[in-house]
Ligand binder design. Structure first.
Ligand SMILES: [Zn+2]
Length: 406
């Protein structure tokens, strides 16, 4: 594995296009007269007008060869509540409020339109929609017949709404997402470069990694802790065996049964997939993170406090190994070297001076060093040195909002 640590390209500065069409609609006597004569304001309700405006936006984007916008019911409901409470404010206030409430929108275009006739309103909506951008994805429209039949008005909010982050979608060509950092709980846009096989996502606010992902053997991106499946192969241990000897037997079994094969041995970086313990055992081969996951998963299944460490070994670059905390000692288990002496307990102070971890992983999540630039001192466990991250589930806008409401 080659761990790649990416700072996110942070799209946090929202690009906002706003337009307020201040039509001189009250002086537009022709439309006004037409409206009064045909009693048009009485013929439509707001929902019907909204539907017709949506059709106008659809047509305008179709003409411009742009994808149609999807309705965003959550945004519409929020707008509706503001209108009912009379807290819309001016356009700038509205834009700022949308940004605050819906941080998953990275671009916005907002307009308010007024007209004495529906046909005129639709024409204005069509003209204005030329300003929406190709990347826009969603819309919310509120239209109402104004009081005392003065005509119609509407508010249109359109924008690019990022998808909530799902690792599985990385493999489907989506690379822009919205994520809420599980550590500082601030929302952010993130961009994952395509074709990265293992990725660490770092929060632009708190500057800490909050997700580590790797590609599995079926080409799907998964949180790295999901490769721990609680797997233990069928095995029988001598009665009354010590915990230390049990650890050494498991270690020896993995070292002797798994042949070290680099995923990318054929030169194809695309083959660098992570395997579960069951896959590695079945194949009888894997690279360092594969055999380490097998070993750690088995040890954890037998009740050991074990993790996979990912980092560097001397100048050789990226590497993975297993650490175990047992009876006050820390052991460092290499899983890829068939010549390693598995009868001698590998105390970290004896064998670990050249192993420098970036992170450790167990079933629930992963741990990152709080101060990665500090010299490595061999402490794999203390909370003062390590930050624990449980990435599942990464909070989405909807789940965070419902949590706030509790
Ligand atoms: Zn954060």
């Amino acid at each position: 594995m080659k761990p790649i640590y990416l700072s996110l390209s942070f799209l946090g500065t929202l690009v906002v296009a706003s337009a307020s069409f201040n039509f001189k609609w009250l002086t537009d006597s022709q439309h006004w007269m037409h409206s009064v004569i045909s009693n048009e304001a009485g013929s439509f309700n707001g929902r019907e007008v909204e539907g017709r405006i949506a059709t106008q936006l659809f047509s305008a984007r179709h003409v411009a060869d742009q994808k149609p916008l999807k309705p965003d019911p959550e945004l519409r409901e929020w707008l509706n509540q503001r209108i009912e409470k009379g807290t819309m404010g001016d356009l700038n206030t509205l834009i700022a409020s949308v940004q605050m409430q819906f941080p998953n929108y990275v671009r916005l275009a907002v307009c308010t339109l007024q007209s004495p006739s529906v046909e005129d309103l639709l024409q204005k909506a069509f003209e204005w929609s030329n300003q929406t951008e190709k990347c826009f994805t969603h819309q919310a429209i509120i239209a109402s017949a104004k009081a005392v039949r003065l005509g119609f008005e509407c508010v249109i909010v359109t924008g690019q709404r990022l998808r909530d982050f799902q690792p599985s979608e990385l493999a489907h060509g989506y690379d822009n997402f919205y994520i809420m950092c599980p550590l500082c709980r601030r929302g952010q846009a993130c961009e994952v470069p395509p074709l990265m096989r293992s990725v660490s996502l770092e929060c632009p606010h708190c500057r800490r990694p909050y997700a580590m992902l790797a590609v599995d053997t079926k080409g799907r991106y998964r949180h790295v802790n999901e490769f721990f499946t609680g797997y233990a192969p069928p095995a029988r241990f001598p009665a009354g065996i010590s915990r230390l000897n049990e650890m050494l037997i498991i270690w020896n079994s993995v070292v002797q049964s798994i042949r070290y094969v680099l995923d990318t041995a054929d030169g194809n970086e695309k083959n660098d997939a992570w395997q579960t313990a069951a896959e590695t055992r079945k194949l009888g081969s894997g690279d360092c993170e594969d055999s380490s996951i097998y070993l750690a998963d088995w040890l954890i299944a037998r009740g050991f406090d074990a993790r996979v460490a990912v980092g560097h070994y001397a100048e050789r670059g990226g590497h993975a190994w297993v650490i175990v905390q047992l009876e006050g000692s820390t052991y460092l288990l290499e899983s890829t070297n068939p010549d390693v002496n598995t009868s001698r307990p590998p105390l970290v102070e004896d064998v670990g001076s050249r192993h420098v971890p970036d992170c450790t992983i167990d079933r629930e999540g992963f741990y990152t060093r709080r101060n990665p630039s500090a010299p490595w001192d061999g402490d794999y466990w203390s909370q003062a040195k390590w930050q624990r991250v449980i990435p599942n589930p990464i909070k989405t806008v909807a789940s965070a909002a419902s949590e706030k409401g509790k």
